[in-house]
Ligand binder design. Structure first.
Ligand code: ATP
Length: 574
């Protein structure tokens, strides 16, 4: 199915469409219509069920606007950039790495340095997609993707719309760890909007400027890579590791989660565990597993915070598109927020037995640094004290370095007058590592729609339908009177709809057009069941009956009205 066919279906049937059409539209913003919003909500609920509830994680909801300090600390102000090339002729901007990918067989141009991108533009004589002018010689710039705003009136305080939901979790870590009673591992999830001022939004809801993320931040003990692997050990994965991507005739590696961890293809057992959990979840929501792979990020492609990263990619219209990312963020974010805020972003891990340890202590005057030392000796001493508590081993080296307000101070451990004290400690402060499964809800909506799209023939007529999983489909059941001009049938259909709604089902009714047309309309939005009330069913002297039609086979059965509810729930697997 092409992007255009899917966009047309999405628009015609109310899944999603470009926003603000009456004012000419706004590139990169989409509205989910009645069907799309229901499908998206069902997907979010399915994600919540799998990644929050069944994992014993907690969900929070943080603000979408955050002050500058957060992104200064997280590194987004400096490093959250894409490569932009501006056309001198028409003034339009384009994402330089995408131009290269579209024109050459280079797949991940994002991982290349700016100079190389400029060279490739020249070499391939690339032109502006808007006006066709030559782009050779145009400078490629790093463009920061965050939307800036002001908090409060006047010049106010600089703020940004969050580019990922994750930071809302990280900044609250000191409080969240208390709720988790300082016990590792613990996980916090969030589902909500994120904003990126994408240079070239494209492919409908796949690359937009406002989108929904579902993220889990799992805080784990850095010394214990021990997820409950047994749950997913046998799940089969199609992996595309770095080595294979770099090999000339690279191929996928089909292995189980257990094997991939065992042989080191996946470095972190926690990441392997989540790839397994995700694969099962993707199957449950109807992603075609033959069109799903996990690709390891090339070193130059990783986000500034990621130590290792695997993407779940779905094949959509002939291209592999990232729909979720699984990063090991190490202690990067917690460390940065600790350095910038001065708060402790650690948990206290109690020893089984108190321990006697040797700990360096620091002379607050740092007198031996001498008059040539240009910094604030007291502040450096305080920073060293904090470091000594957290990481006494650092003082075994010849030099230690501390950072104060962005300035680094390196102190010779021989020169500064450290003394070693013997103290008894009940436990230690540990800065957790973060494992992050991050899902783009819109891209998953798109995948589920495309992978569910089917064409076949029913009664000699061609039809299209969406084989959406029951429970995910926007509508659970449609109820029709066979004809619209029979009051008994219409009122019975209304009554039946009300009863099914009271059972918690999402029900639609429709009495316009032939029954065949009404079935087709429901097929196209993926409604798994249609119930039709006809005269035959109510004119006998036994129990009243209706027909129940199943979407994929178009087969119909007749059954008593009072058995309908049970039958529907059996068929939906619930
Ligand atoms: P890409 O390389 O496609 O720009 P990314 O690697 O920057 O994506 P992440 O930062 O890993 O994306 O974000 C996690 C998830 O959020 C992605 O897997 C994707 O599903 C979704 N996502 C990211 N950017 C967008 C966007 N502009 N529009 C829609 N979804 C997005």
């Amino acid at each position: 199915m092409t992007d255009r066919e899917l966009s047309e279906l999405a628009k015609r049937r109310g899944f999603f469409f470009g926003s603000n059409g009456v004012y000419g539209g706004t590139a990169g913003f989409y509205t989910f219509g009645p069907q799309g919003a229901a499908l998206k909500r069902n997907l979010e609920d399915a994600w919540r069920d799998r990644f929050t509830v069944r994992q014993g994680n907690s969900e929070i909801e943080a603000p979408t606007v955050m002050p500058e300090a957060v992104f200064e600390a997280s590194g987004h102000l400096d490093g959250f950039d894409d490569m932009l090339v501006e056309c001198a002729t028409c003034g339009d901007s384009h994402r330089a790495d995408h131009l290269i990918e579209d024109a050459t067989d280079i797949e991940e141009a994002e991982s290349l340095p700016v100079e190389e991108i400029e060279e490739l533009i020249r070499e391939h004589e690339l032109t502006c997609p808007t006006c066709g002018a030559e782009l050779a010689g145009e400078p490629v710039e790093e463009f920061n993707l965050m939307f800036e705003t002001t908090i409060g009136p006047g010049s106010g305080q600089a703020g940004y719309l969050r580019p990922e939901t994750a930071q809302g979790i990280f900044v609250e870590f000191p409080r969240l760890k208390e709720y988790a009673r300082n016990q590792l591992p613990f996980g916090v999830t969030q589902i909500g909007p994120a904003y990126r001022n994408e240079i070239s939004p494209r492919r409908g809801i796949i690359r937009v400027r406002e989108f929904t993320q579902a993220e889990l931040e799992k805080f784990v003990d850095p010394e214990r890579d021990d997820p409950p692997i047994g749950e997913v050990e046998d799940v089969k994965l199609t992996l595309y590791p770095i080595d294979e991507q770099e090999a000339e005739d690279g191929d996928y590696v089909d292995v189980t989660v257990g094997e991939a961890i065992e042989d080191g293809t996946i470095e972190s057992a926690w990441v392997g565990y989540y790839l397994g959990v995700a694969k099962r979840w993707f199957r449950r929501i109807g992603v075609d597993l033959d069109r799903l792979r996990f690709r390891q990020h090339l070193p130059g492609e990783r986000a500034h915070y990621a130590a290792d990263c695997w993407d779940a990619e779905a094949e959509l219209g002939g291209n592999w598109i990232e729909i979720a990312g699984f990063s090991t963020r190490s202690d990067y974010d917690l460390r940065k927020h600790e350095d910038h805020s001065g708060e402790a972003f650690t948990v206290f891990r109690q020893y089984d037995e108190p321990k006697t340890v040797e700990r360096p202590t620091v002379d607050p005057d740092m007198s031996v640094l001498g008059p040539e030392f240009g910094g604030d000796a007291g502040a450096v001493a305080a920073a060293l004290e904090t470091l000594a508590e957290r990481d006494p081993a650092a003082f075994e080296a010849e030099e230690v370095t501390v950072e104060i307000d962005g300035e680094e101070y390196t102190v010779d451990t021989d020169v500064a007058n450290f003394e070693v004290e013997t103290v008894t400690e009940a436990g230690e402060h540990v800065r957790p590592h973060v494992i992050e499964p991050s899902f783009g809800v819109g891209r998953i909506v798109y995948t589920v729609l495309e992978h569910a799209y089917r064409e076949d023939e029913v009664d000699g007529e061609s039809r299209t339908y969406l084989a959406l999983e029951p429970g995910l489909a926007p509508t659970d059941v449609a109820v029709f009177p066979l004809v619209s001009n029979d009051d008994r049938l219409t009122s019975l259909a209304t009554e039946l709809s009300a009863d099914l709604r009271a059972e918690g089902l999402s029900v639609t009714t429709d009495d316009s057009g032939s029954i065949g047309r009404r079935y087709r309309r429901q097929d196209e939005i993926g409604t798994p069941f249609c119930v039709t009330v006809d005269r035959d069913g109510i004119e006998g002297d036994g129990r009243d009956t209706v027909t129940l039609r199943e979407r994929d086979t178009a087969a119909q059965i007749r059954l008593p009205i009072d058995a309908l509810d049970e039958e529907l729930s059996a068929l939906s697997g619930g």
